[in-house]
Design a binder for this molecule. Structure first.
Ligand SMILES: Cc1cc2nc3c(=O)[nH]c(=O)nc-3n(C[C@H](O)[C@H](O)[C@H](O)COP(=O)(O)OP(=O)(O)OC[C@H]3O[C@@H](n4cnc5c(N)ncnc54)[C@H](O)[C@@H]3O)c2cc1C
Length: 404
């Protein structure tokens, strides 16, 4: 559909990944006139490239950075508990199958030191109401015979699992359209300014030319491009690109009903509905570079062979049968992390009406964060569960911003 050259909406959402489309779904359901602009096609960013893990145990990336980071990571547990409920109801909410499989998750350990770390983590999670428990090597082998008998043990959480990242975003986008949202692909936010009356004027560039959108609210849900877009207003959002890799094997009979992670090494593993084994866990790939040597965020990242080998070695050590499988494909995707590793979600202090939502494990957390963010936008008050993610914790970075 061709858009008029000037348009008005209650909210402009920039980015057609999981966060943008899920928030569009909730806000259109609440009666908001939503315009979502995606510069490429829907799900073309991290939301379509990820591992599809639904992990609710405290992530290894928090545990490996010492006690302060582990304490920060623990703060996310209350949100993880809400996310479990969100995922349990998501297929019914969106009215279609999304390959959600929540048969449980194991975070494995190979050494006694890693078992100690698991015990520390599980104690903290239990205090916060997450019912993880430690399994010793024998119990683990009994539960997951496809894993190596040499593993020392694991932390078990019954509700972990995975879902299909290739179909979720379309489900939210189709639902949002059905509720009246305009979802415009091939349309990039190219300019953004705040007017004297504190509304926003956005320039959108698409195949049909340029459109000006006037709106009281803008949500930047553009993943690792959020800092660039906030920069259009002279604002600073401390998110940093994290290029990663994923691999998939050929199909095999069902051997792995659980999500597998590793407390001491980067590893995630799962078996899809079709029988393929997906292997990842946060091994870095390499950002492409422009001719002048600066990172090029607009081109796919490049597979880092040494890391691919290391990823597969850990995977095969944890699940020896993997050595018999063929690798079908390895791909890269770029996500982003914030300065304190927690997502940044909410209204920007220096720019009322401007919201951001990005950073962290937003496949697992995207649906619940979108629900909470939509409430924040609709009610003008931040729900308790979102307060720790507020962009206000970085407000000092905008001390020199010049806005009307
Ligand atoms: C390899 C990999 C594995 C991962 N595994 C997991 C996992 O197992 N579990 C988990 O919870 N998380 C995982 N993640 C993280 C997760 O994928 C992301 O946190 C999540 O998808 C972010 O969604 P998003 O909507 O914020 O961003 P994206 O999906 O990146 O969407 C942003 C969109 O904004 C668009 N855009 C950018 N600039 C503009 C512009 N100027 N105008 C209009 N549109 C624009 C882009 O084209 C893109 O479509 C993984 C990430 C990667 C890369």
């Amino acid at each position: 559909m061709r858009m008029p050259t000037t348009t008005h909406c209650d909210i402009l959402i920039v980015g057609g990944g999981l966060v943008g489309c899920a928030t569009a779904w909730h806000l259109s359901r609440l009666g908001f006139k939503v315009l979502l602009a995606e510069r490429g096609h829907l799900n073309s960013g991290a939301s379509g490239q990820n591992a599809g893990s639904l992990h609710f145990q405290i992530e290894r990336r928090f545990l490996e950075q010492g006690e302060k980071a582990a304490a920060d990571g623990a703060r996310i547990v209350s949100l993880n508990r809400l996310a479990i409920e969100e995922w349990k109801g998501i297929e019914e909410m969106l009215g279609r199958p999304l390959d959600v499989a929540m048969h449980g998750g194991l975070m494995v350990a190979e050494t006694e030191a890693e078992m100690d770390l698991l015990a520390f983590k599980v104690a903290r999670e239990n205090e916060l109401g997450l019912p993880t428990r430690v399994l010793n090597g024998t119990q683990l082998h009994h539960k997951a015979p496809a894993l190596s008998p040499n593993l020392a043990g694991a932390a078990w959480l019954e509700d972990e699992g995975h879902a299909n990242p290739r179909i979720l975003v379309d489900a939210f986008a189709d639902g949002a359209r059905g509720q009246g949202a305009v979802v415009q692909t091939g349309t990039a936010l190219a300019g953004l300014s705040m007017q004297r009356d504190r509304t926003y004027r956005a320039t959108l560039q698409g195949l049909d030319g340029e459109v000006t959108a006037n709106t009281p609210r803008v949500l930047l849900a553009a993943g690792h491009w959020v800092p660039r877009l906030a920069g259009l207003l002279g604002l600073n959002v401390p998110l940093y690109p994290a290029p990663l890799m994923m691999s998939v094997t050929d199909r095999t009979e069902p051997v792995l009903p659980y999500l597998i992670q590793h407390v001491g090494r980067r590893l995630s593993m799962k078996q899809t509905e079709d029988g393929n084994l997906l292997i990842g866990g946060g091994w870095p790939s390499r950002l492409a570079k422009r001719a002048d040597g600066t990172p090029d965020l607009d081109r796919p990242a490049i597979v880092e062979l040494a890391n691919l080998r290391a990823n597969l070695e850990v995977a095969a050590r944890v699940m020896p049968g993997l050595a018999e499988r063929s690798l079908l494909r390895t791909w890269t995707g770029t996500t982003c992390i914030s300065a304190d590793q927690l997502p940044i979600v909410g209204e920007v202090a220096a720019a009322p009406g401007l919201f951001v939502a990005a950073g962290g494990s937003l496949f697992t957390l995207g649906p619940v964060l979108a629900r909470l963010l939509a409430r924040t936008i609709a009610e003008g008050a931040t729900p308790e569960e979102l307060t720790m993610f507020t962009p206000r914790r970085f407000a000092h970075l905008d001390a020199f911003a010049v806005l009307p």
